[in-house]
Structures are given as C-alpha cells and as structure tokens.
Design a protein around this ligand. Structure first.
Ligand SMILES: Nc1nc2c(ncn2[C@@H]2O[C@H](COP(=O)(O)OP(=O)(O)OP(=O)(O)O)[C@@H](O)[C@H]2O)c(=O)[nH]1
Ligand SMILES: [Mg+2]
Length: 266
C-alpha cells in the first residue's frame, strides 16, 4: 500500500511552496517523502524532484512545434501524460516501494479539474497501483478578503471534489499574510446566511436568488471547510500533515500524534 497527495489549486495559491515546506518538515522529522513535479511549465524547484513530467515532455517544444500558447500547450502536455500512464508513470513508479509517500505538485490551470479528465485518470491509475490518494486543494488566504472571490474558490474546490472523487482536504494557504485572524473564522466553516448577506451587499438586487443558491450549495456540501496553514510554524505544517495522513490512513499502525492546532502557539 502506497500513499499519495495530489496538490491542486488555482495558479499561485502556493502549491509548490507547500510541497517544499512539507519536504523540509519531513526531512527534520526523518520521515520519508518524495515530491513529484507534474507541472510541465515549472522552471525551478526548492525541493529535490523525485519524478518530473518534464522528462516525458517539454512545454517549450510543444509550444514551438505545435504553435500553441502556454495554456493550450499545458493541456497538450497533460493529455500526453494521460496517454503515457501505462508506460512512463508505470516505469517511474517502479522505483518506489510499497509504503512510500508521494506528493504530486500539479499545475494551477483550473481546466485540469473542471473538464479535462487527465487528473481523474491519473488518480485511477494510482489507485490501481494500490495507492491511497488524497486531494489537497490550496486556496490563497487573500481570497477571503472578497466574498465573491472566496465563493469562486469554493466552486473550484467543489468541482475538483466532484470530479476526482477522492478524500479531499481544503487548505487556506499563506496564513502569514492574514493580519487579523478573527477575519477568517467565518470562512473556515462557511455558513450560507453569512455568505448570502455579504454577496448581496456587493451586488445589484437581481443577483439575490443566484447568491442564495450558490451560498447554499457551498453550505450543503459542508465538505467545504478549510484548514489554515502558516508555513512559518512547524506546528501548523504538522497539523495539516496529520490531518491528511488521517484521511489516507497513513501510519495507522504507527503511533502518529495529532494535536489541536493553536494559531497563537509555536
Ligand atoms: N507570504 C507567503 N507567500 C507565499 C506562501 N506560499 C507561497 N507564497 C508565494 O506565492 C507565490 C506563488 O507560490 P507558488 O508556490 O509558486 O504557487 P503555485 O501554486 O505552485 O503556483 P503555480 O504552480 O504557478 O500554479 C510565490 O511568490 C510564493 O513565494 C506563503 O505561505 N506565504
Ligand atoms: Mg507550482
């Protein structure tokens, strides 16, 4: 049985930074972890790259040879990955042992978890290889400064949830940028009526019904709640990691400590 995190979320939400902080944390804890780059457009890394999609296909080549722009090029690369699951991925995975822990750093294009099935097929492949996989969706904490941005972030997370059908953890990243911690409380476990009244304040009255429907959708799923992550604090990284481990039943036999996260402490 292997374990894997699929790190997704909008462009710039902090996925690669999260991966490198997680790597460092595990290094300190003497815990084995392998980070895999699935972003064909990535250029530099703060973590040792265990597997790299760029060894399979180069975005620059694709853009040049097929005359595609960066986003079309990326979709092409990901579809190429999909076609090579049975050879490239299969071969790469052979380097890993049964109980290895893999973290996939994905690209930020929203298309990947809305209508292109590549990640879904990727995950199916991992499952067949006996991996317990968790989707880790990062949303930049700055999204909560604007309720309509926040709702769009929740919708992106929901579509990933619905498409991937995996255990799913939402993380509010970049907590170091949040000045007033009280501001975020309403957004960690959002309530429909708070969201509706804020949306209504911002928008003309003809949107009231739509706002209500959207807010209720977020509320109904009630799976949309967020775990705050402050990368400056080891305790915060550890909390998030334990939370995810729990979702994928990692270390059930071992004595893994889970303790409550206190934003003030470190
Ligand atoms: N203050 C702060 N900045 C962060 C944090 N995490 C990431 N950033 C910054 O946010 C920007 C984007 O971070 P990345 O980790 O590259 O984000 P990404 O989600 O991998 O981006 P794409 O791969 O392009 O989708 C960079 O400038 C980071 O330095 C954080 O916890 N705090
Ligand atoms: Mg990245």
């Amino acid at each position: 049985m292997g374990f894997a995190q699929l790190v997704i979320g909008p462009a710039g939400s902090g996925k690669s930074t999260y991966c490198s902080s997680l790597y460092q944390h595990c290094e300190t804890m003497r815990r084995s972890i392998h980070i895999i780059n699935l972003d064909p457009a990535a250029e530099s890394f703060d973590y040792p790259v265990a597997m790299d999609i760029r060894e399979l296909i180069s975005l620059d080549d694709v853009m040049e040879e097929l005359d595609l722009g960066p986003n079309g090029g990326l979709i092409y690369c990901m579809e190429h990955l999909e076609e090579n699951l049975d050879d490239w991925l299969e071969e790469e995975l052979e380097n890993y042992l049964d109980d290895d822990y893999l973290v996939f750093d994905c690209p930020g294009q929203i298309e990947l978890f809305t209508h292109v099935p590549v990640l879904r097929n990727f995950v199916e492949h991992l499952k067949r290889k006996n991996f317990n996989v968790c989707a880790v969706f990062l949303l930049d904490s700055q999204f909560i400064t604007d309720v309509s941005k926040y709702i769009s972030g929740c919708m992106a997370s929901l579509s990933a949830m619905v498409q991937l059908e995996l255990p799913h953890v939402n993380i509010l990243s970049k907590m170091d940028l949040v000045k007033n911690k009280k501001d975020i409380e309403d957004y960690l476990n959002p309530e429909a009526k708070v969201l509706v009244s804020e949306l209504n304040q911002q928008m003309p009255p003809q949107f009231a019904k739509l706002n209500k429907a959207l807010a209720e959708l977020v509320d109904d799923f009630s799976m949309v709640n967020f775990v705050p992550l402050d990368l400056r604090k080891q305790s915060s990284i550890q909390y998030v990691l334990s939370y995810i481990d729990n979702c994928i039943q990692y270390g059930e036999d071992a004595d893994v400590k889970v303790r409550d996260f206190d934003p003030e402490d470190d």
